[in-house]
Design a protein around this ligand. Structure first.
Ligand code: MLT
Length: 304
């Protein structure tokens, strides 16, 4: 009997991949063989010595002490791509929210007072105040062309946007998945210098922390929008807020609220919702449970 410890809610469909005649699955379990985790930060816990595999039901592995686990010979699996569509949809939503001032306009509408007849003049004022712009013909820069970045690039291209992407490590397979009119740049600077929108899709590490800093924000054309549905810290929050205050950026959309960002009127910040769809949660859990099962039963290592 294999013993699996779950550290967060993992979708039932994922758990069903671990047949109960051979697997005992529980949030508290003695001597687990493997751990299934979503966002729980494993850095602070003592991982039992019996654990030989960790499955992360998501793409990023920054909540797992990967290096320490690798040194112990623990295999770490994740689910790259399983939530790519969910993130892509929220990036597109973020671009529309920003371009059409939807959050501000909704706040405005909710703040109106008076009976229906007296709302008319206020509606007219709002109509003038919240004039937006359209996406076709605007340029989107996508930094990081993994499973998510490629989907975002292709979707934006289908909307009629010009798309320029950058990823120094893009695989041939991924490059082939890009629509033919998505251009690939050679540097981050080349992307930011021409992009009305920038969306980052890279993991957080020493190379990507503050990748989009004040200097790079200033290289963007005036009125730009930056989006971070990847990890906190890839865009320098303070620099982005300063650029909003100077009027150089028109919106900062991100999934990682801080007390600085969540109160700014032009910062649309969400509670890490990028992959929060029923479909993505299920896809991630199913994929990672399959990988864990294949590893425990057959010793196979596959990570996609
Ligand atoms: C991911 O890494 O898969 C997403 O950011 C979602 C999450 O961490 O839950």
């Amino acid at each position: 009997m294999y013993k699996i410890q779950t550290l967060n809610n993992i979708s039932v469909k994922g758990l069903d991949r671990l047949p109960r005649d051979r697997y005992e699955v529980a949030s508290e379990i003695g001597h687990p063989d493997a751990v299934l985790v979503r966002s729980f930060k494993m850095h602070d816990m003592v991982v039992p010595e019996t654990v030989v595999a960790i499955g992360r039901a998501g793409a990023g592995v920054n909540n797992i002490p990967v290096e320490a686990m690798s040194q112990r010979g623990v295999a770490v699996f994740n689910a790259p791509g399983a939530n790519a569509n969910a993130v892509k949809e929220l990036v597109l939503a973020g671009m529309f929210l920003a371009a059409r001032n939807i959050c501000q306009a909704w706040d405005y509408t909710r703040s109106l007072e008076g009976d229906d007849a007296s709302l008319n003049s206020q509606v007219e004022a709002g109509k003038k105040q919240f004039v937006g712009f359209e996406l076709p013909g605007r340029t989107l820069g996508v930094i990081g062309l993994g499973a998510i970045g490629v989907k975002v690039a292709n979707a934006a291209s289908a909307l009629g946007m010009n798309v320029v992407g950058f990823d120094p490590g893009i695989t041939v397979g991924r490059a082939w998945e890009l629509e033919s009119d998505v251009r690939q740049a050679h540097t981050v600077d080349e992307v930011v210098g021409q992009s009305d929108f920038i969306s980052v899709h890279v993991p957080i590490n020493d190379h990507t922390r503050n990748l989009i800093n004040g200097d790079r924000l200033r290289m963007m054309p005036a009125g730009g929008v930056v989006l971070n549905f990847s990890r906190a810290g890839i865009i320098d929050d303070e620099a982005a807020i300063a650029a909003l205050d100077e009027g150089h950026l028109s919106a900062y959309v991100n999934d990682f609220p801080t007390n600085l960002t969540r109160q700014h009127p032009r910062c649309i910040t969400l509670p890490h919702l990028g992959a929060s769809t029923r479909e993505a949660e299920e896809n991630c859990a199913v994929l990672v449970a399959d990988q864990i099962r294949d590893y425990l039963e057959n010793g196979n290592v596959r990570n996609s």
